[in-house]
Design a protein around this ligand. Sequence first.
Ligand code: X2X
Length: 336
Amino acid sequence: MTLSRRSLLAAAGATAITLPVGTAFAQKAEFSYKYANNLPVTHPMNLRAKEMADAIRAETKGRVDIQLFPNNQLGSDTDMLSQLRSGGIEFFTLSGLILSTLVPATSISGIGFAFGDYDAVWKAMDGDLGAYIRAQIVKAGLVPMDKIWDNGFRHITSSSKPIVSPADLKGFKIRVPVSPLWTSMFKAFDASPASINFGEVYSALQTKVVEGQENPLAIIATAKLYEVQKYCSLTNHMWDGFWFLSNRKAWERLPKDLQVMVAKHINAAGLKERADVAEMNASLQKDLAGKGLIFNQPKTQAFREHLQKAGFYAEWKAKYGDEAWAILEANTGKLA
Ligand code: X2X
């Protein structure tokens, strides 16, 4: 059978035509899902997510197609969280601290100076603390993947002065993400925290609406915050991670075998992202110093004692409740 040039063109233009995957023609996927986040395309989260989406497309033979929308393209974290809940987007990664605006228990992993190192973090988050938090997320109607992705240990940057002791935070105008725990912690230092979504941070620093902000080195580098900040104080004041969340109805639309494949690739990408971020956070200081950022290493004990005296730990222990706090302290040692 021969096809005329005219019918070939008609076929190429038609959308209803289905062709086997692997031909030059794109097939419309059975499940075409959006994954949105707040980070630059150069951050390991987006590099690993791209690989992940490719692996999912390949293993599901094109049935599941995940499109990436990085860098707040679909709005702020606050906007994206409501889109996730309404089904406007199917996947979203969000800091547990920000998710706590919907599910209060999820900020518990961000308590100030709780974790000493990554070993303690992954033991807790892949263990009982993570399981406790995920159960609360499920109750709120969202589906969290098992492996939380890394953001990192956070440090304070500033355009005005290095932070050496807790007294330097007094009156300090600092941007914090939109989250009661973040605001409470910097208020406990008598700082002046402003809740600002990440998409606005660069310009808030540039226009000096705030003096400083706090983030892991991988973000300070990939979001180019060093361009608008002068000092970086290695406070390690909290660890932060991103839950990989799905809209429940969208997740349940996937047949069981596809759920297993998709979850497998998302969790595997998360583990690779953790390794990338740990490596970046360990090596970036030199790069950033070369770009002009001035580093100092404060003694963190004084900061921790300040929070204790201010009643910060006691206040949050009462908010989370004894059960959750006991799980936290079983992982971190006594905090309050
Ligand atoms: O908003 C931030 O500072 C960021 C990017 O670290 C989070 O998503 C919590």
